[in-house]
Design a protein around this ligand. Structure first.
Ligand SMILES: [Zn+2]
Length: 421
């Protein structure tokens, strides 16, 4: 901030010299070697030429109100009041928060009256309060540019720390965990796991503001390679591996191979045992006692126990998003206990009527982001591979990306940014 002010100050001083030559257009005519004197450029920001104002920058202090800043810059009360009313519909002055950057552009004359108040709502969005005559308030965005980066890292402690070490934002971890949600448990990443990613980083001026598209990635987990390449089909971009298989996995439609739905998910049903109306946050599948109950997807058993109402039940966490639960089992399958990893279709227990149940059935419960939902009405991720007719397209895109990815070294030379050896 201080440095910038100095820069503006210099720019305010320098142009007087240049303008004596007749303005920007004539500067090229002046025979000064360009390598000794930097080419002057118009100091633009927020779509305004800062050179024509006195520029005052600051951060909103705790409990500071905009009127205080405006009064200091010679905007009288009635005008502030008018602005406040005008701003209401676009960006209320009440939304201004302490710690945020602002810029006041004042008239470059003896009045030094504020002409613009610019508030940086975040790294990208800013609000221009035009204080001249009619007063207008507009929200605008700074230009976001994307830079392609190729990074590689070997995990020593955590993925998060490794990303910090190679100068990547934590947002990249979020993106990766999303792409790999169905194949890698990011809570179980171990030392020695490694990754390579080619992605776009979003920048506003000199500030990194986010992660753009992930062009491709490789995650080596427990020495197994997991490639990810984005590809669009059916108007949706999804990630596929080197064999054109989707990185997502579908759930089984039901935890039983055979069985009939005896009670659906509903917010209101008459409970046959409790004899009262209550929500039924699951789907009941009736089947003979002893019918095998299958895990609907890969995951970790987080509970396998008995409870008065649930009877014997198993709860499986599939990834950061989905968890399923299976109630009233007559018994667990052998080896099923908390902490055990199961694969889709594995038998985890057998139909019974333990707990609060009138007859043998499995009550299947489904959580999405911690909320119980009806799995039968959920839009669950597609797990279809790349279509045959698109295979050639995929192959050519994938081959190029894979070659680039494979060319990124994990630990020698300096060509990879911030790598860990
Ligand atoms: Zn039920």
């Amino acid at each position: 901030m201080m440095l910038k002010n100095v820069k503006y100050l210099l720019l305010l001083l320098v142009p007087t010299l240049l303008y004596s030559c007749g303005g920007d257009d004539n500067i090229a005519d002046v025979a000064i070697p360009t390598d000794t004197v930097p080419a002057p450029k118009v100091n633009m920001a927020y779509g305004l030429n800062l050179d024509s104002f006195i520029v005052k920058e600051g951060k909103i202090k705790k409990n500071q109100v905009i009127s205080e800043i405006l009064l200091l810059n010679h905007v009288p009360w009635p005008e502030i009041d008018h602005l406040s009313k005008k701003a209401k519909e676009v960006y209320s002055l009440r939304k201004l928060r302490s710690g945020k950057n602002y810029t006041v552009l004042c008239k470059n004359d003896s009045t030094e009256k504020a002409q613009y108040f610019i508030y940086e709502a975040n790294a990208i969005d800013y609000v221009v309060f035009d204080l001249r005559d009619t007063m207008t308030v507009t929200i605008a965005q700074k230009e976001v540019t994307e830079k392609r980066r190729e990074v590689a890292g070997v995990i020593n402690s955590s993925l998060y720390q490794t990303l910090i070490d190679i100068n990547c934002s934590a947002g990249l971890a979020m993106e990766l965990s999303e792409i790999y949600a169905w194949s890698i448990d990011f809570y179980r990443i171990q030392k020695g796991d490694k990754f390579k990613v080619i992605f776009n980083e979003k920048w506003v001026e000199d500030t990194k503001v986010g992660v753009g598209e992930i062009e491709c990635a490789l995650f080596v987990h427990h020495s197994e390679n997991f490639y990810a390449f984005p590809f669009e089909q059916n108007h949706v971009i999804d990630y596929f591996d080197e064999n054109a298989k989707s990185l997502r996995k579908a759930f089984l439609k039901s935890p039983l191979k055979f069985g009939r739905i005896s009670s659906s998910f509903t917010m209101r049903r008459y409970h046959p045992v409790q004899k009262r109306w209550k929500a039924h946050l699951g789907t009941d599948y009736a089947a003979p006692k002893g019918t095998p109950i299958l895990a609907v997807g890969d995951g970790k058993v987080i509970e396998a126990r008995y409870k008065k109402f649930n009877g014997n039940y198993v709860k499986i966490k599939h990834n950061g998003t989905y968890t399923t639960q299976y109630l009233h089992m007559s018994k667990f399958a052998s080896g099923i206990r908390s902490g055990k990893y199961v694969r889709q279709g594995d038998v985890i227990g057998y139909v019974g009527s333990t707990g609060l149940a009138t007859g043998p059935h499995v009550c299947f419960r489904f959580w999405k982001n911690g909320k119980q939902v009806n799995h039968r009405t959920q839009k669950l991720p597609s797990s279809l591979p790349v279509k045959k007719e698109l295979m050639q397209d995929y192959q050519s895109v994938m081959d190029t990306l894979k070659m680039q990815l494979d060319g990124i070294p994990f630990s020698d030379g300096n060509e990879v940014e911030g790598q860990i050896s």
